[in-house]
Design a protein around this ligand. Structure first.
Ligand SMILES: [Fe+2]
Ligand SMILES: [Fe+2]
Length: 242
């Protein structure tokens, strides 16, 4: 047994912000740490019907492994705000821009070929097309409106003059859109039984479901970095500057 010093009243978002490797435990237990990141650990566990003691133990074990395992997971909390928005654009946004159209083609193809025998695929096709279109427009708003405001905020802090622009309103809109994207992913996961390939599924079917599962994991990291690290810091910086 690894001893645990984690306070169960802390929010899941804070716990992942402090040690990003803890996200692996939450992923495996299907505890929402991005959109649902503001819930205390106790409540998040109750919502999923999980024993708090067992979750605390798993988190402590993840912490103990963190030295070797966390290297691959970026410590967003240690980054400056400009560095973090650059990182989000270059990794998560770049990934989505290439992956959303590719997966969209696969989803459409699988729905057209196998929708008759697997009617849930037709529903996934419908959910996916709305989700992908919303997400493309969401990223454009972040890149063209919110992220430039955040870079300006940080430059002002360093003494460079810039127009003060409020980040609070766009952040509220982005958080709402994250929730909608999370709901769509959850719906697709439920429809497919956790993105599990059905008996005898062809390669494209398997690759498409695997792609959706990976997309869900990437979105959790992406939204966590924005909701729990970037946005609160940007709001705090704006308040300090005003
Ligand atoms: Fe984003
Ligand atoms: Fe976002």
């Amino acid at each position: 047994m690894v001893s645990t010093h984690i306070e169960p009243t802390r929010t899941v978002g804070e716990l992942v912000k402090e040690r990003p490797a803890r996200s692996r435990v939450f992923e495996s237990l299907k505890v929402d740490y991005c959109c649902g990141g503001k819930l205390p650990l106790t409540e998040a566990c109750a919502k999923r019907g999980l024993e708090i003691e067992s979750v605390l133990q798993q988190l402590a074990e993840a912490d103990a492994r963190a030295t070797e395992g966390a290297a691959a997971i970026i410590d967003a909390d240690a980054m400056g705000l400009t560095e973090l928005v650059d990182h989000i654009e270059q990794t998560h946004h770049a990934y989505l821009k290439s992956e959303l159209p590719r997966l969209g083609m696969m989803v459409r193809k699988v729905a057209a070929v196998h929708g008759e025998h697997h009617p849930w695929m037709l529903k996934i096709d419908g959910v996916y097309s709305g989700f992908a279109a919303e997400l493309q427009s969401h990223m454009m708003k972040e890149e063209q409106i919110l992220f430039p405001c955040i870079r300006n905020l940080e430059q002002r802090k360093q003494g460079v003059s810039g127009e003060p622009q409020s980040v609070a309103n766009p952040i509220r809109v982005m958080e709402h859109e994250h929730q909608q994207a999370g709901d769509a992913l959850q719906r697709m996961s439920e429809l497919s039984g956790g993105f599990a390939p059905p008996e005898g599924a062809c390669n494209t079917f398997c690759a498409m479901l695997d792609g959706l599962a990976q997309l869900e994991r990437d979105m959790h990291q992406h939204v966590h970095k924005e909701n729990n690290v970037l946005f609160p810091k940007a709001i705090e910086l704006e308040q300090q500057n005003s």
